[in-house]
Write a protein that binds this ligand. Structure first.
Ligand code: NI
Length: 171
């Protein structure tokens, strides 16, 4: 498995809209595995292909990892789609592509997600709480949307300015 480089904002590649994968091939499975490896290493609970510069609709989430003493149980989805949503939840979100910043975001509290698993089978997952938040956050990435796009313009521009400065210092 290979650890991939996670893009951080501001980066125009994070704004690209990802394309559906025609089928879950070995190459897609390899991408899923590498994304999981990357996510666990970075101690994230979700990762979208967009964040590693791949414009395919593929995500991995594992919100239980921290709770289960490091036991990995990743959920892989290709072409994920929210087919039902209900209620409202406010969650203090962070993102591996927006390092060191968090913000409250309002999302649907209960959702149903449809997609293809790593075996290419169609699955439907009911999610609430942090899992629902995580799916919505990752699917947003596939459409080029970051959690900071859900907050006020002023707060977003402050965060982006800080991230830009941080990048310049690292160069
Ligand atoms: Ni994210």
């Amino acid at each position: 498995m290979t650890r991939l480089t996670i893009l951080t904002a501001p980066d125009s590649r994070l704004k690209r809209k990802a394309l559906p994968v025609p089928a879950v091939t070995d190459a897609v499975r390899r991408l899923m595995e590498n994304m999981a490896e990357t996510m666990y290493y970075a101690q994230g609970i979700g990762l979208a292909a967009t964040q590693v510069g791949v414009t395919q609709r593929v995500i991995v989430v594992d919100v239980e990892y921290a709770k289960k003493d490091g036991k990995r149980s990743p959920i892989f989805l290709a072409n994920p789609e929210i087919i039902r949503q209900d209620g409202e939840i406010v969650w203090n979100e962070g993102c591996l592509s927006v390092p060191e910043h968090t913000s409250d975001v309002t999302r649907s509290a209960q959702i149903q997600v449809k997609g293809l698993n790593q075996h290419g089978q169609e699955v439907i997952i009911d999610a609430d709480d942090v899992l629902a938040v995580c799916f919505q956050h990752e699917i947003d990435h596939l459409d080029g949307i970051l959690f900071i796009d859900h907050i006020s313009r002023l707060k977003r521009s402050i965060i982006l300015q800080k991230l830009k400065k941080k990048k310049q210092n690292e160069e």
